[in-house]
Write a protein that binds this ligand. Structure first.
Ligand code: HGY
Ligand code: MN
Ligand code: MN
Length: 400
């Protein structure tokens, strides 16, 4: 196995956490293109150079550390959710850095590293890798806006040292992404490693209802065109109508609501909210979309609301490459015999996009209590090191 250094790996993970450290415990606030995100990427680029890798910052600010010639690509993302933990994405990037460093010290096999930009979807869904893979055109990405109306084009211009060129994908033989599970299964079952067999698909859209803003004391209940009430009715109808379509593993979330003007004595005149849904079956995602659109249109017509939909964002479900997955499974069995499982990923990952370009596979370590996208996200350091070792064994085996 490659001589990975667990102390150096953990020290780098903790250093990355210091960029945007926030909240309780090991929380992080490091959204894409924030000052903390940019500073973290500059630090990462320095660590890549020290490891002998050639740094390439692509036009959207994804940071690559390139090994010479053909190589495996390892990595994930270093941006965070608006409130996130220290491991989501960071684990995949720093484990990649450690394996690449160990590989350079051992004289091969060649390993390159990447931290994709905006995986967490300040603008799109896994925006940086979506653009690299061709799942999303740069032109379309540039027009996407965050919740404050900043465009992707404006945000990516903040990232220093960008090249005009994207990295040529054919220089990579495959992509491995290590990640925390972000769900309860491994922790609950007392297992240490998950080898991913498939990643679910996702759809994400912003919906806006415009009614009539008015005085909360003088406007009779009858005839109000209250934007909060229409959202509430929409949610209730969706719950009923999804019941015949979804399975126990289907999920959907209204995670962001902007109510205007958001004051206790004003009947709200406008609401914009996010509607996101995920499933492993692309047809089911389509049937859910039809219900969402029909329900919103029905309510708008019945109660005289203007209705508009933002751009439809999404990724299709994908399966992992059998050869790479088998290498990870063999490595897991060697490191933690009987304490690993094959499992699907309910979270989205850059690996979904990269699968358009080359064979990909993924590896999970447990999330304590299944918590993620929250300051409380954590994993035992012993499990982080086990994941690093499994990754290093798999990389060594794939090179043979
Ligand atoms: O939302 C996701 O699944 C990913 O963490 N961006
Ligand atoms: Mn992630
Ligand atoms: Mn995430």
């Amino acid at each position: 196995m490659l001589p990975v250094n667990p102390e150096r790996f953990l020290a780098d993970l903790h250093t990355l956490r210091s960029f945007g450290a926030a909240g309780v415990g090991k929380g992080v606030v490091r959204p894409a293109y924030s000052d903390a995100d940019i500073a973290a990427r500059e630090w990462l680029a320095g660590r890549m150079r020290e490891a002998g890798l050639a740094v390439h910052v692509d036009p959207v600010g994804s940071v690559f550390g390139l090994s010479e010639g053909q190589s495996l690509l390892l990595g994930s993302h270093s941006d965070s959710q608006p409130e996130g933990g220290w491991l989501d994405g960071a684990l995949g990037v720093i484990s990649a850095l450690e394996v690449a460093r160990a590989s350079a010290e051992a004289g091969g096999p060649p390993v390159s590293v990447v931290s994709f930009q905006d995986e967490e979807g300040r603008f799109g869904v896994t925006t940086g890798s979506a653009v690299w893979s061709g799942n999303l055109s740069l032109e379309k990405a540039d027009r996407l806006t965050d919740r404050d109306g900043v465009t992707f084009a404006e945000a990516r211009a903040r990232m220093p040292g960008r090249s005009d060129d994207f990295v040529e994908p054919s220089r990579f033989t495959g992509f491995l992404e290590m990640h925390i599970e972000q769900g309860p299964v491994l922790d609950r079952e007392g297992e240490t490693i998950g080898v991913v067999d498939a990643i679910v698909g996702i759809r994400d859209i912003k919906i806006t209802f415009v009614g009539e803003q008015n005085h909360a004391g003088t406007t009779p209940m009858q005839g109000r065109r209250d934007a909060f009430q229409v959202l509430s009715r929409f949610n209730n109808l969706i719950l009923e109508r999804f019941a015949n379509v979804v399975t126990p593993s289907t999920v959907w979330t209204i995670g962001h609501v902007s109510l205007h003007p958001n004051a206790s004595s004003i009947v709200p005149g406008k609401v914009t909210f996010s509607m996101q849904w995920r499933d492993g079956d692309a047809d089911r995602l389509g049937r859910m979309e039809a219900i969402i659109r029909e329900t919103a249109e029905e309510l708008a017509t019945a109660d005289q609301f203007d209705l508009s939909f933002g751009p439809m964002l999404g990724l299709e479900p994908v399966e992992m490459d059998t050869r790479l997955r088998t290498a990870l499974e063999r490595a897991a069995e060697a490191e933690v015999p009987g304490r690993w499982r094959r499992m699907p990923s309910g979270a989205l990952h850059d690996a979904t996009n990269v699968s358009q370009l080359m064979p990909v596979s993924m590896l999970f370590v447990p999330s304590i209590g299944g918590i993620s996208h929250a300051f409380g996200e954590d994993t035992d350091e012993a499990d982080l090191v086990t994941g690093l070792n499994v990754l290093a064994v798999a990389v060594t085996e794939m090179a043979d």
